[in-house]
Design a protein around this ligand. Sequence first.
Ligand SMILES: CC(C)(COP(=O)(O)OP(=O)(O)OC[C@H]1O[C@@H](n2cnc3c(N)ncnc32)[C@H](O)[C@@H]1OP(=O)(O)O)[C@@H](O)C(=O)NCCC(=O)NCCS
Length: 176
Amino acid sequence: MKYRLPKYEDINILKEYVEEHYSNYERSISASKGMTNMKFKEWVDKINRNVENADDEWGKYYLYLVFNENDRLIGLLNIRFDLTDELRERYGDIGFGVRPSERRKGYATEMLKYALNVCREKNMKYAILGCYENNFGSNKTIQKNSGILYKNDCEERKLSDEWTINLKCNYYKIKL
Ligand SMILES: CC(C)(COP(=O)(O)OP(=O)(O)OC[C@H]1O[C@@H](n2cnc3c(N)ncnc32)[C@H](O)[C@@H]1OP(=O)(O)O)[C@@H](O)C(=O)NCCC(=O)NCCS
């Protein structure tokens, strides 16, 4: 698999990636760091900038487009290697998503393995990963990469002025 930062020329493959999620009734694009809420070029600039220059919210991070052996974009991988301890506990160090048509082929397992190696290169001693309790695919992917469950928590999510819901999260630690 190939991992690289996004460029301006990726606009069409990313549009197609987003469309595929929407046509599968998925309205959020995991690990995309606000891609669909920004002008595309500004998003690309920001993602490339934040490798070296800390973002106010997320510090420095990598957001990689992930391609398979046929050069098809199969997922997005976000490695946040610069968070404070408090933010690590809240958001986790790694986020990932695989496009609906490419799921259950082992890609997320490979992507997480790759991300853990990047964390090792950054001299991190452990990685924290959080996921919703009912996200079977994500829980399994983390467990397959030696994730040890260490905490359950509830995330409050504000849907509108009137609606706030609580979602149950699992938090895992992986020794590096
Ligand atoms: C979660 C997600 C990343 C998994 O990606 P994937 O490429 O399908 O995962 P893998 O193929 O590597 O599967 C890993 C394991 O999970 C299992 N799995 C994957 N999806 C599953 C599902 N929906 N239900 C039950 N098990 C599932 C696989 O069978 C595999 O276990 P096995 O090797 O014992 O068979 C993908 O479903 C996705 O992008 N979902 C939406 C975004 C998301 O939830 N991201 C994670 C945020 S924390």
